[in-house]
Write a protein that binds this ligand. Sequence first.
Ligand code: CO
Ligand code: ZN
Length: 355
Amino acid sequence: MANDKKNTHFPMLDSNTSHLHPLKALTKRITEAYGPSGYEQTVRELIRAEIENYADEIRVDALGNLIARKKGTGATPRKKVMLAAHMDEIGVIVTHIDEKGFARFAPIGGVFPLTLFGQRCRFANGVIGVFGREVKNSSTSEVTLNKLFIDVGATSKDDAPIQVGDPAGFWRDFADLGKRIVAKAMDDRIGCVVLIEVMRELKKSPHDVYFVFTVQEEVGLRGATTSAYGVQPDLAIAVDVTGTGDTPEANPMAVQLGKGPAIKVKDAGMLAHPAVKNLLAETARAEKIPYQFEVLTGGTTDAMAMQTTREGVPAGCLSIPTRYIHTPSEMIDFDDLQNAIKLLVAVLNKPFKLD
Ligand code: CO
Ligand code: ZN
């Protein structure tokens, strides 16, 4: 749990979102919430409040996954569709605090040292830390996590407002750039936003749809592993972010911002079931929704865990193209977000055959 030391340093948030598009305002609220892997409580409560009126049943399993079922209108037995988006974000956890109050840390999930120096993190109690580095012992070109430390403004170990074992997420507020939006933890709060909106807009699905907001994806798909076992779906789709190849001198990748949600074909952990991939692509074509195919060479999603649960489940993934993944400033295209929601609603509104 978070530490019990008194905190007087709450960050100032621009909580006025009245000037934002409602979907951007929702994205701001959900992305700015604190929630490194294993500490998703705040995010879970925020999401629960958003979906309560749209679910027929809501439960939280032993690991903390939020599972909301929306009953279908079709004849029984109805097919069960599981949508998954992960609530957790990458972060750091305090391993040691020295006499001067500087903290050392271990990563939670895939944290790149290059992205940290001069950035900020935020602890559960609101304390803000700055990432500093050992200047003598590291060059800017090859900084490693063990040459970095967190400075919470303490003057000694005794007045440090944090303790060993405290987790922190990156801290950065949401920015509306117009067509593009930027936030920390777009991975995968933007997937959570998609699920919330699909749930609100879905009125006449023939299927029982399970909207699962998973925990601990960034440390090994752990929430999806247990929740998929529990739900036992007939079709499973993860909604998560994927990389792009559209920035200067990027690694070659066909996915670009603004060209539509990306239908996963393959990533480092799974091959999407061809029938699920086709279901998504054919629906997009029929509804005239732009889309692109995604082959990602590094990383995977909750779809990998859902696909291999029990005796296997046809699974796929709809990805939101994202620049600067696993940094405090992950950027997406607002049209891609809206088109992802449209596509999933269209897919869920009709019967499917997966052969
Ligand atoms: Co991630
Ligand atoms: Zn993710």
